[in-house]
Ligand binder design. Sequence first.
Ligand SMILES: C[S@@+](CC[C@H](N)C(=O)[O-])C[C@H]1O[C@@H](n2cnc3c(N)ncnc32)[C@H](O)[C@@H]1O
Length: 221
Amino acid sequence: MDTARLQWGLSQVTSSDIQEALAEAGLQPLSTSSLDSLKVYLDLLLKWNSRLNLTAIREPEAIVRRHFIESLVGAERLPQGIKTLLDFGSGAGFPGIPIAIRRPEITVTLGESQAKKSAFLREAGRALGIPVEVYDGRIEFMPETRQFGAVALRAVDRMEEACVEALRRVETGGWLVLFATRPSVPRLIAPLKGIAWRSPVVFAGTVEEIILVGRKLAPLE
Ligand SMILES: C[S@@+](CC[C@H](N)C(=O)[O-])C[C@H]1O[C@@H](n2cnc3c(N)ncnc32)[C@H](O)[C@@H]1O
């Protein structure tokens, strides 16, 4: 690993390396401009991560494999017709930013309570020229009148409570999208009523990590 390049936030991962990783994961190829956006995002993330510790994963190849690919699997599996999506606890932008790149028809809101991370998310939106909204604060304080066609959660602290909060912000007929491990699913979905769950998507190369998508059938009581 070339430490000088990493220090400047420039990785040796190229757009074609990203395309290759997509193919290995069985994902559709991306356009040149989407690949370029992912590369800009990767370099920006590495640059900010060296000072702000936005993600514990530091190796560029591992960021692509874990964060980009998982988020893009989610993006590909989101049902058609979704117009708005809230990424609940977006952190360094996963899965929200790759979803905004892969599914430009969806207006993405990145919800993040830590100021340093929401500052990074704003900068990433600007650098990539994508129209993401950053909601700077805890989602519990977001007015419930804000409703979304989908709410996605990945690796959020106190995930059980977060799922209940998230469901309040899914419009009727909209989708809850959980990035979870298989053993955690019964505990996560037990308090969530009135959802029709689809079969989980299992990540290639793992047996435990899944994406679970469910449709909210009726307003909450
Ligand atoms: C472990 S990180 C994961 C981030 C990202 N989703 C990912 O998969 O890489 C969880 C993030 O959720 C944020 N978070 C946790 N609870 C939240 C809440 N109630 N409202 C907004 N952000 C929250 C934390 O600040 C943290 O940045």
